[in-house]
Write a protein of this length. Structure first.
Length: 506
């Protein structure tokens, strides 16, 4: 809307300028000349103004189209080329057309925030997006579908939602343990692509997905290795994109904590959409809030314990009641691992860069695998539940929708801008304003000079007229001609002819 207002204002300004040049131009007088009197000169000035405005908007349109095409091409080529590249390009065109229609803006790819999702292989990043409950423009069949290469997340999947773009990167980009050299080159090349085509603000945040199964199952050495690799990826993000970005830590597959489905399984859809986690309460983007992790985790555990009586009241199955009763303890058993992971990863002295942890959250995209009993295994076996049932993988989504739609997306402005790019843009803006101001001052200067020149001309003319009246007073008072000698009137007539702006000077 604002662009159309600016365009309309530009057209009105051009029309006003043209009218002023055409109609008021001949009235401008400098000393004894009328610089804008000739028709050809006024026509040329108006034509140049129209041409400059057309060139300005033409260049802006060309730059926007070039940037948009570059992004589309970069997205299409970001994965490995394969025989389905034509299909991939067709789906990209479909996504672009859908987003363009829903947005109504030419630069719509810049109008909505971009988030990059990283995490080790098998962390459940794609599963979380598929079951998040967000609306995807390509989901014509009702199922969420990304723009991806054949074979899953081989490089990155581009998920276009109504409110944001989510870039789901391959897990090998995070760990770089399959083909380190190739994975690193692909990862850095992908970051360079983002930086090239969204220079000032390549992304609006990072969603870091970590599986609860890895958190529980890994020994300290394996967990530290994950922390080291993830810290390197975050540092590379910062160094390449040159921005300060928030990180949202998402612990996926929370259903693998024993008792999760017994405790939360009966929640309706509205409650399953809510957020289960903690967003650090601060307005300082550079403040490191990692020290609050243990307190926030304890608050989540207390909330589970406070609601346990109601859950037990609603459950009749004795085995399920045991699982419900034990779930808060199962969750508390994660505390040491969660705090260790968060502290190791986001400690400013180790990270070598001030990465902002915005919050940590728990979710379950689908229920698959065998829940891990950390506390009540022996008690469960006494009641006939020695082996946990294997989850089907076709369950419900828990605690994802509102996290994305009501926490992460509304905080799109939390990210900083690239200071260098922002400085260049500021210089360009100031340069344009300075040029406009210079042109305005030059115009005012010309008008001022014209005014003072005309003022001087009027003053000298009045003075000359006064001198003429003094010298020709007797001739002006005479009513009858008694002297036929022309020599007596030639002198006064010469004075009239030579007056400023008189016949001779004009």
């Amino acid at each position: 809307m604002m662009r159309w207002v600016l365009r309309l204002f530009s057209l009105l300004a051009l029309a006003g300028f043209s009218a002023a040049v055409w109609y008021a131009g001949p009235l401008i007088r400098y000393a004894d000349t009328r610089p804008l009197g000739p028709v050809w000169l006024r026509t040329t000035i108006i034509g140049v103004a129209v041409a400059l405005l057309a060139i300005f908007y033409g260049i802006r349109f060309w730059q926007a189209r070039k940037a948009q095409k570059a992004i589309e091409t970069g997205i299409v080529r970001s994965g490995d080329r394969n025989d389905d590249s034509g299909v991939l390009e067709a789906r990209m065109s479909e996504a672009i057309a859908t987003l363009k229609q829903s947005s109504g803006r030419r630069n719509f790819l810049y109008e909505i925030p971009w988030y990059i999702i990283i995490g080790p292989p098998g962390a459940g990043k794609t599963t979380a997006l598929v079951n998040s409950g967000l609306k995807f423009p390509l989901a014509g069949s009702g199922n969420a579908q990304p723009l991806a290469g054949v074979g899953g997340t081989r490089s990155c999947d581009w998920w276009f939602t109504e409110d944001a773009v989510l870039i789901d990167t391959a897990g090998r980009y995070t760990t770089q343990d399959s083909d380190a050299e190739r994975d690193k080159a692909s990862w850095l090349g992908f970051l360079g692509l983002l930086k090239k085509y969204r220079t000032g603000q390549p992304i609006n945040g990072v969603i870091l997905a970590i599986s609860v199964a890895d958190l529980i199952g890994f020994d300290d050495q394996q967990l530290d290795a994950h922390v080291t690799e993830i810290r390197s990826r975050l540092r590379e993000l910062h160094e390449t994109l040159k921005i300060q970005f928030p990180v949202y830590l998402l612990f996926t597959k929370a259903d693998l904590v024993a008792g999760f489905m017994d405790y939360f399984g009966d929640l309706d859809e509205a409650r399953r959409r809510k957020v289960w986690g903690a967003t650090f309460q601060t307005t300082d983007r550079n403040r490191n809030m990692v020290g609050e992790t243990s307190a926030e985790f304890d608050a989540l555990a207390r909330q589970l314990a406070d609601e346990i009586a109601d859950r037990l009241q609603d459950e009749a199955d004795p085995v399920a009641r045991i699982a419900i009763f034990g779930f808060p303890a199962q969750f508390v058993a994660l505390r040491t691992r969660v705090v260790r992971f968060v502290t190791s990863l986001f400690d400013a002295s180790r990270a070598q860069v001030n990465v902002s942890l915005r919050g940590f959250y728990f979710s379950s995209g689908t229920q698959e695998g065998t829940p891990i009993d950390q506390v009540l295994g022996a008690i469960g076996r006494n009641f006939g539940s020695a082996s946990q049932a294997h989850l089907s993988g076709t369950g419900k989504s828990f605690f994802l929708h509102d996290l994305l739609a009501k926490v992460i997306f509304p905080e799109a402005g939390w990210v900083s801008f690239d200071r260098t790019a922002e400085r260049r843009a500021r210089l360009a803006r100031f340069g344009s304003l300075a040029a406009i101001a210079l042109a305005a001052f030059a115009s005012l200067g010309v008008l001022g000079l014209s005014y003072f020149a005309n003022e001087s001309l009027i003053g000298s003319t009045r003075q000359a007229m006064a001198q003429y009246r003094d010298g020709a007073d007797s001739l002006l008072r005479s009513t009858t001609v008694t002297d036929v000698d022309l020599e007596n009137v030639i002198g006064p007539l010469d004075q009239l002819r030579n007056l400023p702006a008189g016949y001779e000077t004009a």
